[in-house]
Design a protein around this ligand. Structure first.
Ligand SMILES: O=C(O)CCC(=O)c1ccccc1C(=O)O
Ligand SMILES: [Mg+2]
Length: 369
């Protein structure tokens, strides 16, 4: 396969409801869609899940636009490729920038699958045709949080994740547990605590959480190992794991008992699958994290989560939880608390809605061989 043309689309879409965590509140979502075209005019789509500012990890829309355009596109354009799994080696001369790399790699996976008439889910080794939906709730205060959880539970979501931080953890979890004692529930701190909070974090054990996600620093795995040794609640790492190597080391140290896999955070689907395989061999459960994606990124996550090692529900929700109108057709829906995996449709299994794309687009740039 030869990639002849690559187009970046900078998109901005308002979220239906603001999404708050310990660090920031997201009200509108900027992202970059990557469109890759081969010599026969087939197209594949990828999504770059960066934010406008570096609050989550260090990449931004600006850094990704620069790194994709100036460094990654020249490594792909007009250079024959047998399989998308060759891309990490191709990109190896460029340090880090996992979200920039993942966006391009995702577009090539979709394109290659369409070229081969194969679904992305099957190409990655997935076999499940339905996966359990999970909702992440980031409301501004504990009362609104509880109200939103009631709605999500009524809609059928079978796992709820809430955002916590000091001063809004027990306050959030206590009323939820009072009303939903058996709900599969977890909490994501986005690195709001330090080891000085150890006693307080131990107190949270009583809420029977599935796991606590990224309690400590975004680049720490040492303190997390100390914390995990003291907690009965499993620790799950998100921000701290930006590559296969990070995951390998974290598991060796005992920094977590669960791994959140986001293709964007770890540099793409090939690396995500490698992490999945590694964890599966070691009996470490993984789940697919969300980044408030548009339909393109969501479709990719659904394909990934159809792999067998994804034994825990992810941040995988319906399009209409985020958007008035998504960028794909059909939109992603939840039925009986599950999402359908398009195992027998080519590529990501969804089509980009070009009218919606034009409407939401701020900027566009094309490279041609
Ligand atoms: O529903 C979603 O897409 C994800 C929710 C979420 O928690 C999140 C969203 C954006 C950036 C980081 C995170 C996170 O997992 O920390
Ligand atoms: Mg997280």
């Amino acid at each position: 396969m030869i990639v002849k043309k690559i187009t970046l689309h900078h998109i901005r879409m308002p979220l239906k409801t603001p999404f708050s965590n310990s660090l920031t509140t997201v009200t509108e979502r900027d992202l970059i869609l990557v469109e890759a075209e081969d010599e026969e005019g087939r197209t594949g789509w990828g999504e770059c899940v960066v934010f406008t500012s570096p609050w989550y990890t260090e990449e931004t829309v600006g850094t990704a636009w620069h790194v994709i355009g100036d460094f990654l596109v020249p490594l792909l354009l007009d250079r024959p490729l047998e399989h998308p799994s060759e891309i990490p080696d191709r990109f190896a001369p460029i340090r880090r920038h996992p979200m920039a790399k993942a966006a391009l790699e995702g577009a090539i996976w979709d394109l290659w699958c369409r070229y081969r008439g194969l679904s992305l889910a099957r190409a990655l080794g997935g076999s499940r045709d339905r996966i359990v939906a999970g909702a992440a709730v980031g409301s501004a205060d504990p009362a609104t949080m509880l109200e939103e959880i009631r709605l999500r539970v009524e809609e059928g979501y079978r796992r709820i994740k809430v955002k916590i931080k000091p001063g809004a953890d027990v306050e959030v979890l206590e009323p939820i547990r009072a009303e939903f004692p058996a709900l599969p529930l977890m909490a994501d701190a986005n690195s709001a605590y330090t080891l000085e909070d150890l006693d307080h974090l131990k107190y949270l054990d009583r809420f029977g959480l599935l796991m606590i996600e990224q309690p400590l620093d975004a680049d720490d795995i040492v303190d997390h190992a100390k914390l995990q040794a003291e907690l009965s609640t499993p620790v799950c790492l998100d921000e701290s794991l930006q590559s296969f190597g990070d995951v390998r080391q974290a598991l060796e140290l005992g920094s977590c008992r669960v791994v959140n896999i986001k293709p964007g955070r770890v540099g793409g689907l090939t690396e995500a699958k490698r992490i999945h395989d590694h964890c599966r061999k070691r009996g470490i459960p993984v789940w697919c994290g969300g980044m408030l994606e548009s339909g393109v990124g969501r479709a990719q996550n659904i394909a990934l989560a159809s792999l067998e090692g994804f034994t825990l529900p992810g941040d995988l929700s319906a399009s209409d939880r985020y958007w008035e109108r998504d960028l794909i057709r059909p939109e992603v829906t939840v039925e009986n608390g599950t999402l359908s995996v398009p195992l027998n449709l080519p590529g990501i299994g969804f089509e980009v809605d070009r009218d919606r794309l034009r409407e939401a687009r701020l900027n566009k740039r094309t490279w041609e061989a």
